[in-house]
Design a protein around this ligand. Structure first.
Ligand code: 6LW
Length: 528
């Protein structure tokens, strides 16, 4: 037995999807406008997870340019059949609904390479695949109801997919509109067959406070599906906003070798009021079966903070080695985030502005800044802890006041905090500037003069609950605060959207041409 603390993937890892192949569990989550996208994790015990790579990691696989924050890659589904991994997902462009759509990627090795996308001729979001025992393959997903009875009513549709041609064939079936009268956003559907019966799992209520998980079953894959009288089978919406975990929904099921069942799902941890800066995280919940229905967190009825995972979830019953390379415990490790670390992500395209440089990076400055839906010279990691310090040591002699390089706390184009080295407005001095862009409007939080030249500057963002203290130091001097940002203004409760926060690096010349290279000696992620 191993005790695992929820969430199993802290930080912005929403819409988890899971499958098992022999001794290995694989898990993928949504990544929106971030690149590389769709991280692929592996575990042998549901407790320790290691990232193998990303399913979208090459330029040309998918075009994320111009995709505004919280658009992009939504809710994937991962399945394995006949030696092939299948990943279905949606590209969403909220500014141009005609762009994007549902697509399939395949791979024989989940670490990659993954194929280029094959686009599917069905609209909506949250696609899923079900491989039936008779060899037929069924695609299903969520879309706004064609004939809605109320606002934001959605429906789960189903069609057969010919896996040889990747074309949808045969008639379409509408399976589900949610369990509850008036339910909005019945979504995130997944079909399973257990002991000959078809089960449809779906979220509803929207991926915020009212999120919930419901289940229905049928004798035939095309329906009719009858909802469980216990629906919703898991939610925290009745616990009130003061509870520690909210927004429980969007689950996927997996059966372990010992016959036990498990759900991965998304939820948010609130702190400092009704705010969840880490975003929608991935949790693990035990599932049992009673009277032909799944029971989530039996005896508890809520997402447990600690889950006892039996050794039988391992194909070897716990006898053998955990993995070829045991992942770090705890994960992520405290310390420098080295250039090859898979936690690094940029925006909308490859980070070809960045060159590995020892423990850090050389960042070739770009005119783009964080307000642009482009690929600015930004690299960051998810904020995975409420109390964490990120610290970077830079060498940078800005050519003018437009040139800025340093640390950022990023929610979106409209909402982020900068702690950057730049020039004074007269171009004479060098300074550290702290700026909070909130709902599109920038406010200076503080500034401080620096010695001229490119003496190393240490910048730090120290998150202590909802206080993000912005610190700077020159040489060996102790860091002092330049400003403080209020985290309550940065999470998606405050800003809208689907994302948790990223902590990262930026090098921008704010529209001016620039050949400047910023030396980042080191970037550290230090949970308290
Ligand atoms: C996801 C869907 C949802 O596709 O949020 O509100 C989307 N609903 O299930 C992004 O995570």
């Amino acid at each position: 037995m191993t005790a695992v603390h929820n969430p199993i993937l802290p930080g912005c890892y929403p819409d988890p999807t899971i499958c098992r192949v022999g001794a290995d569990y694989y898990l993928v989550t949504s990544t929106f406008e971030y690149f590389p996208g769709l991280p692929v994790f592996r575990s042998r015990d549901l407790v320790h997870w290691e990232q193998l790579g990303h399913a979208l990691d090459r330029a040309g696989q998918l075009d994320l340019r111009g995709i505004a924050s919280s658009g992009g890659l939504y809710a994937p589904t991962l399945r394995h059949h006949d030696g092939v991994f299948w990943l279905v997902c949606t590209l969403v462009d909220q500014g141009d609904p005609a762009r994007g759509g549902n697509f399939v990627l395949t791979a024989t090795d989940p670490a990659g390479p993954w194929s280029d996308p094959v686009w599917l001729d069905e609209d909506g979001i949250d696609p899923s695949l079900f491989f039936d025992d008779d060899g037929r393959v069924w695609l299903h997903g969520t879309r706004l109801a064609r004939e809605p009875e109320w606002h934001d009513q959605t429906e789960v549709w189903l069609r057969e997919l010919d896996p040889a041609t990747m074309r949808l064939i045969g008639p379409e079936h509408v399976l589900w509109r949610g369990a509850v009268l008036g339910a909005v956003w019945a979504e995130g559907p997944h079909l399973y067959r257990v002991d000959g019966t078809y089960y449809l799992l779906a979220a509803e209520g929207g991926t915020e406070f009212h999120h919930a998980i419901s289940v229905a079953r049928s004798e035939s894959v095309t329906g009719p599906y009858v909802g469980n009288r216990a629906n919703p089978v898991l939610t925290h919406r009745h616990l009130g906003r003061g509870t520690d975990i909210v927004g429980v929904g969007h689950a996927d099921l997996v059966e372990a070798p010992d016959g036990t069942w498990w759900a991965v799902l998304l939820a948010m941890r609130t702190y400092g009021g009704y705010h969840y800066n880490l975003g929608r995280e991935t949790f693990l919940v035990p599932v049992t079966w009673e009277d032909g229905w799944p029971v989530f967190a039996p005896g508890q009825g809520r997402v447990p903070l600690v889950v006892e995972v039996p050794d039988g979830v391992r194909a070897d019953g716990g006898a053998g080695r955990l993995a070829d390379t045991p992942p770090a415990d705890p994960w992520p490790p405290a310390g420098p985030v080295l250039p090859g670390d898979l936690r690094w992500t940029g925006l909308r395209g490859p980070a070809d502005f960045a060159e590995p440089h020892g423990e850090g990076w050389l960042l070739h400055m770009r005119p783009d800044n964080l307000t642009d839906a482009t690929t600015p010279a930004f690299l960051g990691v998810r904020q995975q802890h409420q109390d964490v310090t990120v610290r970077a040591v830079l060498r940078f002699d800005p050519a003018g006041p437009d040139e800025q390089a340093g640390l950022v706390v990023r929610q979106s184009e409209r909402d982020h905090v900068l702690l950057v080295v730049t020039r004074t407005p007269d171009g004479v001095g060098r300074r550290v500037l702290a700026v909070h862009r909130r709902a599109g409007t920038a406010t200076v939080l503080g500034d401080r003069l620096l010695p001229d030249g490119d003496h190393p500057v240490t910048l730090a963002v120290q998150a202590r609950g909802q206080d993000y203290v912005l610190l700077a130091a020159v040489g060996d001097a102790p860091p002092t605060a330049v400003g403080v940002a209020d985290g309550r203004t940065l999470d998606s409760v405050a800003t809208g959207g689907f994302l948790g926060l990223w902590l990262g690096l930026i090098a921008t010349s704010n529209g001016s041409p620039s050949d400047t290279v910023v030396v980042v000696e080191r970037f550290e992620y230090l949970p308290r």
